[in-house]
Write a protein that binds this ligand. Sequence first.
Ligand SMILES: Nc1ncnc2c1ncn2[C@@H]1O[C@H](COP(=O)(O)OP(=O)(O)OP(=O)(O)O)[C@@H](O)[C@H]1O
Ligand SMILES: [Mg+2]
Length: 391
Amino acid sequence: MSDYIDSKEAKRILKENRKAIKALEQRRRVEAAQSKPVRMAEPDNILEFDDLHTWFYTDVGIVKAVDGVSFSIPKGKTVGVVGESGCGKSVTSLSAMRLLAQPQGQIVSGEIRFALPAPLQPVNIAALSDIEMRRIRGNNIAMIFQDPMTSLNPVLRIGFQLDEVIKFHKEDLQQKGIVTDFSKEGIRQRSIEMIETVGIPNAERIYESYPFELSGGMVQRIMIAMALQAAPSLIIADEPTTALDVTIQAQILDLLRELKSKINASIMLITHDLGVVAEMADYVVVMYSGRIVEKGRAIDIFKNPAHPYTRGLMKSKPSLVVSTSSTAGKKERLYSIPGRVPNPVAMPDYCYFRDRCEFAGHECNGEYPVEHALSDTHRVACYRGHICKKI
Ligand SMILES: Nc1ncnc2c1ncn2[C@@H]1O[C@H](COP(=O)(O)OP(=O)(O)OP(=O)(O)O)[C@@H](O)[C@H]1O
Ligand SMILES: [Mg+2]
């Protein structure tokens, strides 16, 4: 099949996209106005993705970036989301923040249930109005992005940017009793306190600095301070250490762990680094091409990986090998999973991983495999998951 799209086809796609987007936006307006009561499936969860479908209506067709994703984030726990580039990790988190590129990025179906602090009732983020969502963003759910340098405004002082966050969340900070003094000096004091909380010495000097005067690690600490300003109950960290060097990476992860227990928050940690997940996460979700292929407690995934893709990811993880005289000089090539991810605009109807899978059998020619339980805590979507596990 040719990838070329002629002008007639392009026009047709454009027209269909417009129609679909209009219908979805209209439906969300109606749902937001109805504000139906929402119940969490488990009271111990802070966030529940339930059959989430987030699609992009692009000029070349629909990209089903997230296509039926369900997993939960328990209160006070860290959930690691892993998978190779383009598998839908960021789109899942941006759906929870309702920060998808508009208007092409749309939550097409499914729920994102979020437990607001008592006495407030849980909400379905997918059906909230933009105004309601603005209250939750930053206040109850905060996000730390991959590239800290581009997340701060380069021409404004650090202090000014931290102060702005306090001013923006004034009402909620008052309600939570976190800040009581909203005078210029009171706000400044809170910002300086936050700079100290994230472990930066000389907080007063940093408060007066511009982002370019700080190292990458320091800016990421400032971003974390900013995310924590309003004491959110969920922190989404999208590759928070990828842009940093290894020693700084370790420090930032330590900081996140320490802060998480201090404010008793949950963390959704997105990364392609299994080492980071092993160190930080209580639960792991493995994504492939917009779907979850395996999920479970970290110990299930690391001790008993069942999906061939998870096993491939494990094998492609670099590990520190101490060279002995017999291995010295030998160069081992790092394993990489052969093949490529399928075209996101035209996904096959069989298992998306089949064509790259070394364990594929004749049953894998059937429909996309449904998720099944290997134990109370461990689930896999693979016809041969049980077989791979034993190998
Ligand atoms: N604004 C957009 N318009 C069209 N397609 C998009 C858009 N944003 C993301 N996508 C597509 O959605 C899919 C999932 O992207 P996503 O950014 O979630 O991947 P990821 O798992 O976070 O990858 P990475 O590890 O590289 O950050 C990809 O196929 C991507 O091309
Ligand atoms: Mg991403």
